[in-house]
Ligand binder design. Structure first.
Ligand SMILES: Nc1ncnc2c1ncn2[C@@H]1O[C@H](COP(=O)(O)OP(=O)(O)OP(=O)(O)O)[C@@H](O)[C@H]1O
Length: 249
């Protein structure tokens, strides 16, 4: 880890509470979570189903709003932004990788990768896009459309797109959920390389201990609360920690 980025936090939430519904149907998806995602690091968010992982990611990334508490991207407090500014922040400072790839079917690979830049009316950094294209191994597919690619290739396009504008942070929500093991490992390897070799920041939601082992650190949620953090995870250590959540009924 580089010392210049060690103390910087790319995204963080403090005392984050998210309540869905009212009265009998009320669900406290986040129940007072404070967590920072350091710049230049790969952090995985883990926890049992329904523990609040996706809610935390969505609120930290400005895709959803907190009921109370604060969420920051860099020094920008998301609650202080109107809809227009929030949209611009998501476009310019945050990258996303979703389980379902979410590529635009009518655009080529090259156009999909450039999409955030084109939406912003920015020429971007051609050299960086070139490097990304090679890193994700899509040089020979630039003029293909998503339907002509395998799932793994499509997700690699999504990874390149997420990093195209050099956002402060890339959020990945179960990025390997639709992939076979080998394609999943390739995508996780790319995320890891982007962090370690290209000084990017990744926050990934996963329920897979093998995927989480690619991260520098795992944060564990249970019942909407942050219950543990683990540096230098291995799949075995993460699996063991997850087993502790399985309370016998
Ligand atoms: N839009 C919503 N309306 C009502 N309840 C919701 C909504 N979104 C999430 N919840 C509830 O909030 C809690 C946390 O959900 P969340 O999806 O964040 O958990 P998760 O850890 O990501 O789960 P999974 O691993 O199953 O995807 C759950 O009880 C869920 O049912």
């Amino acid at each position: 880890m580089k010392t210049t980025t060690a103390t910087r936090t790319a995204a963080r939430v403090a005392d984050a509470v998210k309540v869905y519904g009212v009265g009998d149907t009320e669900v406290r998806a986040l129940d007072g979570v404070s967590v920072g995602f350091p710049a230049g690091r790969f952090t995985a968010i883990m926890g049992p189903s329904g523990s609040g992982k996706s809610t935390l990611m969505h609120c930290a990334a400005g895709l959803d709003t907190l009921t109370s508490g604060t969420a920051h991207i860099g020094d920008t407090e998301l609650g202080s932004l109107d809809d227009r500014r929030l949209t611009l922040l998501r476009r310019d400072r945050v990258g996303f990788v979703f389980q379902a790839f979410n590529l635009v079917p009518t655009l080529t690979v090259a156009e999909n990768i450039r999409l955030p830049l084109d939406l912003a009316g920015s020429r971007g950094d051609a050299e960086w896009i070139d490097v990304l294209t090679d890193v994700v191994g899509l040089r020979g597919r630039l003029h293909h459309r998503p339907a002509e690619l395998s799932g793994g290739q499509q997700q690699r396009v999504a990874v390149a797109r997420a990093f195209a504008g050099r956002p402060d942070v890339v959020f990945a929500d179960e990025p390997t959920g639709n992939l076979d093991f080998r394609s999943g490992e390739e995508v996780l390897g790319l995320l890891g390389r982007a962090v370690r070799q290209m000084d990017r920041t990744v926050v990934m939601v996963t329920h897979d201990p093998v995927a989480a082992a690619h991260a520098d650190e795992v944060v564990f949620l249970a019942d909407g609360r942050l219950v543990d953090r683990m540096e230098s995870p291995t799949a075995e250590k993460v699996l063991d920690r997850m087993k502790a959540f399985e309370v016998p009924s």
